[in-house]
Design a protein around this ligand. Structure first.
Ligand SMILES: [Ca+2]
Length: 234
């Protein structure tokens, strides 16, 4: 056994050990909103014209789920329970996070001169498996301690909302665990001052944490494939 091979084995063992602890997250479901006109099952409520659609963003290169508010100050986007439910995969130990890249617009998206605006958290919320009762967190997604907010250029926000340890007693008092996601409600803007404005959602993701053994197998598989490629080249 040459030194190089020993070194490679040491590396793979180290990577496996790290993977066991890292519990890397895996995207279970992604709505990318990259196909014009394809809302990927999402609908709107309390919105106005122009209708919710998937279109080019008002600025930048993104294709987005784009909507307008009217005089109703409680606009929502919904993944309704008439769409396929999203079960927690068998390889996963728990849901990890709900991730959304979103921004607010200072006018309806079809208004000349419309621009993005600094994030106003008023009226924003996330609800899973319960449309109207309990919200995450506290009717304001910048509060509650489970939300990481990253602000990017052009007022894009990435919210990562931690689902670890959440049960449906938070989302929906009627259920006992968050294993299958049947519906999602996200309010991207709201409250006083949200009239005749707009919003854009670049993507939404649900991630889960795999069982450690699964991650190890995946990592080992990738490593062996790389090793094989390397040997074939020699
Ligand atoms: Ca997109």
């Amino acid at each position: 056994m040459n030194k190089k091979l020993v070194r490679q084995i040491v590396v793979v063992v180290a990577v496996l050990a790290a993977a066991q602890f890292a519990q890397a997250s895996v995207i279970v479901k992604e709505w990318s909103f990259n196909t014009l006109g394809d809302k990927e099952g999402w609908t709107g409520a309390n919105l106005s014209t122009p209708a919710l659609t998937v279109a080019a963003a008002i600025s930048g290169t993104e294709i987005v789920l784009q909507g307008a508010t009217g005089t109703n100050t409680d606009p929502r986007i919904l993944y309704p329970n008439t769409e396929p439910a999203i079960p927690l995969p068998g390889w996963a130990t728990t849901w990890e996070s709900f991730v959304i890249r979103v921004r607010q617009l200072d006018a309806k998206p079809d208004v000349s001169g419309v621009a993005s605006q600094a994030w106003n958290a008023t009226g924003t919320l996330l609800a899973i498996n319960s449309n109207s009762t309990t919200v995450i967190p506290n009717n304001n997604i910048t509060q509650g301690g489970r939300v990481t907010q990253t602000t990017q250029a052009d007022n894009w926000q990435i919210f990562t909302i931690n689902l670890v340890g959440f049960s449906n007693t938070v989302f929906d008092a009627a259920s006992s665990s968050l294993s299958t996601i049947t519906s999602i409600r996200f309010d991207p803007i709201g409250g006083t001052g949200s009239e005749n404005k707009g919003f854009e959602v670049d993507y939404i993701r649900l991630t889960a944490i795999p069982e450690p053994g699964t991650v190890g197998l995946v990592v080992a598989g990738l490593f062996l494939a790389a090793l094989r490629r390397r040997h074939m080249r020699v």
